[in-house]
Design a protein around this ligand. Structure first.
Ligand code: NAD
Ligand code: DAU
Length: 335
């Protein structure tokens, strides 16, 4: 099977490539990635000689067309993915997440290629902390940020291409991923690497916001279940019942790293900060027989900390610039 992976030099995409080559040795993988600030070929170290790597933009129709024409399936990860960046400058989000998806859909339609669209639970907006419900495939769309609004728009494009043009597509909306090779701008790697460079952990607002954590390998195994057995036109929510509030995550990171669990700063909150995400992955479990393999979040977090400890060369070059960017908008409120 020839698999075209867009965004394969980013966090989830690179883990997908590593896992695919381990579990599906017969797959022929091509990665299309623009190598933005969030992508690096160092995330593909060890497998670069087993794949075809193409540096290019998913919104560039001339670059995309021959790659899609040559593929059996397109797995579309490429995106601008960070909420904070979308608040500072939404324009690359519109271009990559909307125009990029449109460009791929048109190529997949032209060449009748199977397409899988990677999306996020953030398209459903947020839940109250005391709301007993969780997101399902039937929850109405209500995105809050420019990032989630562009992801929501891209999901709608995919569904329209299925219905109007018969595109053979599936979609998935996953909760917050953690694991190796995640950019240090994101919550968990930021706190781990802050501790490693001798800075304090940084918590937005009151720290009571809840995210539903899933290990990146569990996400990628679910994607293969959908690619193998998913029903065309269907959406699958991916989550592993991993709700934890941010304060608890920071305290766990500090404790696992041998620090005082109260040794963190409260910093300026994110504008429009979603309160809680929670996924009901019943359809994925019942229809496709997927179950998460990673157990306790705390154990996965400990393994992730070990990865950052032993891969300083991977994250160190971008750490200082990432923190300098944050320092322009975030102030320490209380210690
Ligand atoms: P990431 O920011 O780590 O990686 C994105 C990758 O896309 C990078 O390699 C970047 O270079 C590439 N890219 C960006 N713009 C591009 C363009 N115009 N053309 C080609 N390549 C481009 O993101 P991630 O966290 O790995 O997320 C991957 C996908 O999964 C995204 O679609 C995101 O919305 C979705 N998602 C992420 C999470 C999460 O917790 N990280 C959860 C659910 C869904
Ligand atoms: O839910 C899926 C989404 O998860 C994906 O679609 C996004 O691509 C991915 O980035 C992630 O979005 P979040 O905004 O939830 O992730 P982030 O890592 O930016 O923040 C997680 C939580 O931690 C959020 O409540 C904000 C908070 N936070 C974040 C940072 C960077 C802090 O408290 N301190 C921080 O330093």
């Amino acid at each position: 099977m020839k698999v075209l992976v867009t965004g394969g030099a980013g966090f989830i995409g690179s883990n997908f490539v590593h896992r695919t080559l381990r579990t599906r040795p017969e797959a022929e993988v091509t990665v299309l990635d623009a190598l933005t600030y969030a992508g690096s070929t160092s995330s593909l170290e060890g497998v670069l000689d087993r794949i075809r790597f193409v540096e290019g933009d998913v919104a560039d129709a001339a670059a995309v067309d021959p790659l899609v024409a040559d593929a059996d399936v397109v797995v579309h990860f490429a995106a601008e993915s960070h909420n904070d960046n979308s608040l500072a400058d939404p324009s690359p989000f519109v271009r990559t997440n909307l125009v990029g998806t449109f460009t791929l859909l048109e190529a997949a339609r032209r060449h009748d290629v199977r397409y899988h669209h990677i999306s996020t639970d953030e398209v459903y907006g947020d839940l109250d902390l005391d709301d007993p419900t969780r997101f399902t495939e039937d929850t109405p769309y209500a995105p809050s940020s420019p990032y989630s609004a562009t992801k929501a728009g891209s999901d709608h494009l995919v569904r329209a291409w299925v219905r109007s043009f018969g595109l053979r597509a599936t979609l998935s909306n996953c909760s917050n991923n953690y694991g190796p090779r995640q950019h240090v701008e994101k919550f968990i790697p930021r706190q781990i690497t802050n501790v490693l460079v001798g800075q304090r952990a940084k918590l937005y607002g009151d720290g009571r916001n809840v995210r539903d954590w899933i290990h990146v390998d569990d996400h990628n195994d679910a994607l293969w279940a959908i690619l193998d057995r998913g029903r065309i036109g269907h959406t699958y929510l991916i989550g592993a019942d991993g709700e934890v509030d941010n304060r608890e995550v920071v305290r766990m990171v500090l404790e696992l790293m041998g620090r005082d669990p109260d040794d963190y700063d409260h910093v300026t909150d994110r504008a429009g900060h979603d309160r809680r995400y929670a996924i009901d992955a019943g359809r994925l479990r019942q229809e496709l027989g997927w179950t998460p393999r990673y157990g306790a979040f705390r154990d996965g977090l400990a393994a992730t900390i070990d990865w950052y400890r032993s891969h300083e060369a991977w994250w160190r070059p971008v750490k200082e610039a990432t923190e300098a960017k944050y320092a322009r908008t975030q102030q320490v409120l209380t210690r």
